[in-house]
Every structure is written in structure tokens, then in C-alpha cells.
Design a protein around this ligand. Structure first.
Ligand code: FAD
Length: 436
């Protein structure tokens, strides 16, 4: 049979290549660097980390910490290489950036069943193909994906508003209502009086932003204005835009000056995103500002706002939870382009896509990872989210299947972790997943 073609030797593409190669399936791995660079990569190494050298939290009280343990159980080559090149970073896993990428490149190039082809893939290949070309996919390939899917199914940049876990919202202050009660009251509203708005406005215009890379300035220019930019245009501007209070009064005695709205983000209504709050403020500043809003004092921010170039498909429309395309059985997506967000999440989706492509190749039933695991929760989220407002998602507790029965708040995360790892072990055994 023809080899499986993988486009992109990033975090996801390397993981998928390894999962196929170790199952004795031949792979052709296409990587365009260094002949053609992306606007952010700087080397020819596979799996180069384009920004931070941190893979985030490394403890079981973080969803991304649990995800790492799941990946180790599943024999992830990229995760193992990261631990081999760990540098001190407190409770996080950070790596020696160059050592990690160099080692990963050598391991992948030396795999028996992998042929590296150092060129740009300008179109989706016929036959079995995994697209793992990342958030900075080349233009020619992106255009071909557009052509073969739908014009509204591929996004080119990310201007994401923060997402909050509903359980952390104080409903003594926040309330459900739609503007002028015109529709079902599906929005959560957080109202501010004049003093609260004045303080918040001052804090917002003084807050510190993350620096934008040259190619990212275009995003702001393209009409997706971050909230802090809107605020800098004047005290009133937000009150005629995303914080418009009219029609959102709690009752006839209430006259808020500003109202922050949150819109449901997932089918189970556990997560809510802040309407019109796309931002490139530093994460610590986002937390400080959000927790100044009445009702959000204890907000658990499961995903911070970001603004960067990001090519990703509309996964709820195009993808099955196995990472196989809904429209072409031979085609799988992996990594950031599949609708997950983050380094570890990209590795996980590469692993799931790789295992499932191997099963497809061998004419076995494809696997849907258990929803109790972080791997499965991500696959479930990206393929079941609202396609109208779809934004990539990272690993967080808000997307995980809720625990049954009553559990003490302080025990919750650890119980979710234990359940996730136990389920994953069971799943590995039941499905005969080769773990080395
Ligand atoms: C500017 C920026 C900063 C980010 N910072 C972080 C961060 O700090 N922390 C975090 O967790 N996540 C971050 N992300 C998000 C994401 O986790 C990373 O981009 C991650 O590397 C995605 O993994 P991937 O395998 O999907 O893509 P990549 O790691 O980007 O790999 C894709 C590979 O495909 C190659 N390629 C592209 N097009 C073609 C083609 N047509 N033919 C052949 N090869 C091709 C590329 O050269 C690249 O090697 C950032 C994203 C961006 C854009």
C-alpha cells in the first residue's frame, strides 16, 4: 500500500509519524523548512517551539498536567523528548528549546518507516494524508484546503476572547437576560455602576499588553479590534460597543452604566466567552481586569484571550472525534489546524490522529478516546462546539465530563485526574493500543 503522507513536521506531525511508523506503516513526512520558512519559525528543526519554551503545568491539579500523563501512558515520543530536555521551571514543564527540537528531529529522521521529504506540500495529497501544517500553514496549502472544504470553514487568525467557567460566576450579581428580552435569556450579564466602570476603565487603559509580532499587527488592522484598543479611543467608546448597557437592565430600578455579556460556548453550558473581549493583554492583566468585574471576582478563566495568526478548520463542521475528515475518509487533521490550542494539545491531537490513521490503514475500527480523559474531552469539544462561534480550545477542566455524585470542591481536580488516567489505562488495554 502507498505510504501515509503527513504534511508538517511540527509537534503534531512528528507525533503522528511516530505512531504510524511504530505500527510498521510507511510514512512520507513533508516539511517545507528551511527552504520555505513561516513568519515565526527560525530553524530547520522539527517541533520547533515558536514562542514560549513552556509546556505549562506539570501537576495533576492542571488539566494540561493530566494530559501530559495520558500522553506518556500512550507512548508519545514528543512528550518523552520534552521530559528528557526539561529545565527548571517550578510547577511547569519547560524545555531547553534547541536541545528538545534537535533531539526530536534526530529521532524522527532515524525512524525506520519514515521518509522525510523536504518540500512544501502545495495541496492536499490524494490518498491517505494527515494535515499537520500548524497555525502558520503555507498559503498554497491553505488555499487548497479552502477550495476542498468550504470558504467559511478555514480561519486565518485568532482573536479570541477569554472563556470563563460558569461554576465560578457569582449569580448573586450576574444574571441571565437578552437585550430588551427579545430572545430567550441565554446571555449572562455582569453590570457595572458608574464608579465600578470608572475604576475598571482606568485599569484597562493602563494595563500591559503582550508584544505583537510584525505579522500579527495585521490582525488588529483587519478589523478585529482588541478591547483595550477600543477603550483607548475614549471613555464612551466601549459603552456604544461591547459594553452597551441599554436593554440589559436587571429590573426597572436598575440603571447600569456598562454591561459585560457572556455567551454560552459549549453544548453543556459549562463555559461562557466574554462577548467582544478579544484582547492581547498579558494573561496576568486579563485575570486582574476580569476579576474586577462584578460577578466575576472568582472567575476561573479556562482560556485567555489571544491574538495571533492561526490557521484552523471549523472542526465541528469538518471533523469527526477520530480526527478523520467528515468529507474524505482518507484525510485526517492534526495539531493546531484541527482546532486544538497549545503545544501539548497539538501533540495529543497528533497522537490520536496517528493512531486512528494507522487503524484506518489496517482496516480496523477507529477509536474515540474516552470523554473522561483530557484527550477525549478535547476531541469531543472541538467536534461538538457551536460551529458558528468556533474557536480553538486548550486542555481545561471545563470541557471534561462532569463527575457523578457529590464531591468536595478541594478534591475535585484530583478525582478527575485519577478517573482520567484510570479510564485511559482501561482504554489502552481494551483496544490493544501498542504502548511500546
Ligand atoms: C506566533 C505563535 C505563538 C504561539 N505560542 C504558543 C505558546 O507559547 N505556547 C503554546 O502552548 N502554544 C503556542 N502557540 C500555538 C501552538 O501550540 C503552536 O503553534 C504549536 O507549535 C502547534 O503545533 P502544530 O504541530 O500544529 O504546528 P507547528 O508546530 O507549527 O508545525 C507545523 C509544521 O508544518 C510546516 N508546514 C506548514 N505548511 C507546510 C506545507 N505546506 N508543506 C510542508 N510543511 C509545512 C511548518 O514549517 C511547521 O514545521 C503559538 C502559535 C503561534 C502562531
Amino acid at each position: 500500500m502507498d505510504p501515509v503522507k503527513i504534511i508538517g513536521a511540527g509537534l503534531a506531525g512528528c507525533e503522528a509519524a511516530y505512531q504510524l511508523a511504530k505500527r510498521n506503516i510507511k510514512v512520507q513526512l513533508y516539511e517545507m523548512r528551511p527552504h520555505k520558512m513561516t513568519p515565526a519559525h527560525q530553524s530547520a528543526y522539527f517541533g520547533e517551539l515558536v514562542c514560549s519554551n513552556s509546556f505549562r503545568g506539570d501537576q495533576l491539579i492542571n488539566a494540561v498536567g493530566i494530559l501530559k500523563q495520558e500522553l506518556l501512558l500512550l507512548d508519545s515520543i514528543v512528550m518523552k523528548t520534552a521530559y528528557e530536555h526539561q529545565v527548571p521551571a517550578g510547577a511547569a514543564l519547560a524545555v531547553d528549546r534547541e536541545g528538545f527540537a534537535q533531539a526530536l528531529t534526530n529521532k524522527i529522521k532515524n525512524l525506520d518507516n519514515v521518509e522525510v521529504i523536504n518540500e512544501e506540500a502545495q495541496a492536499i495529497f490524494e490518498g491517505r494524508c494527515i494535515i499537520a501544517s500548524g497555525p502558520l500553514s503555507s498559503e498554497a496549502l491553505s488555499n487548497d484546503i479552502l477550495k476542498k472544504t468550504n470558504t467559511d470553514s478555514l480561519y486565518f487568525y485568532d482573536a479570541i476572547a477569554p472563556i470563563i467557567e460558569k461554576a465560578s460566576i457569582d449569580f448573586n450579581k450576574a444574571y441571565y437576560k437578552s437585550r430588551y428580552d427579545k430572545e430567550e435569556a441565554s446571555y449572562i450579564n455582569c453590570a457595572m455602576n458608574e464608579l465600578e466602570y470608572n475604576n475598571w476603565y482606568d485599569a484597562l487603559i493602563k494595563a500591559q499588553c503582550a508584544p505583537l509580532k510584525e505579522f500579527e499587527k495585521l490582525i488588529v488592522f483587519e478589523g478585529c479590534m482588541p478591547i483595550e484598543e477600543i477603550a483607548r479611543r475614549g471613555y464612551q467608546t466601549m459603552l456604544y460597543g461591547p459594553l452597551k448597557p441599554v436593554g440589559l437592565e436587571k429590573d426597572e430600578h436598575d440603571h447600569p452604566v456598562a454591561v459585560v455579556q457572556l455567551r454560552q460556548d459549549d453544548a453543556q453550558a459549562h463555559l461562557y466567552n466574554m462577548v467582544g473581549f478579544q484582547t492581547h493583554l498579558l494573561y496576568a492583566e486579563q485575570k486582574r481586569l476580569i476579576q474586577m468585574i462584578p460577578g466575576l471576582e472568582n472567575a476561573n478563566i479556562v482560556r485567555y484571550g489571544v491574538m495571533h495568526r492561526n490557521t484552523f478548520i471549523n472542526a465541528p463542521k469538518l471533523l469527526k472525534p477520530t480526527f478523520q475528515s467528515k468529507f474524505n475518509d482518507d484525510l485526517f487533521f492534526a495539531g493546531q489546524i484541527s482546532g486544538v490550542e497549545g503545544y501539548v494539545e497539538s501533540i495529543a491531537s497528533g497522537l490520536m490522529a496517528g493512531i486512528n490513521m494507522a487503524r484506518y490503514y489496517q482496516q480496523e475500527e477507529l477509536l474515540i478516546f474516552p470523554e473522561e480523559s483530557i484527550c477525549g474531552a478535547m476531541a469531543h469539544y472541538i467536534t461538538n462546539a457551536n460551529p458558528q462561534h468556533f474557536q480553538p480550545m486548550n486542555a481545561n477542566f471545563g470541557i471534561v465530563k462532569k463527575l457523578e455524585g457529590k464531591v468536595k470542591k478541594q478534591d475535585k481536580k484530583l478525582i478527575i485526574a485519577q478517573r482520567a488516567l484510570a479510564k485511559m489505562k482501561e482504554f489502552i488495554d481494551q483496544n490493544g493500543i501498542i504502548i511500546k
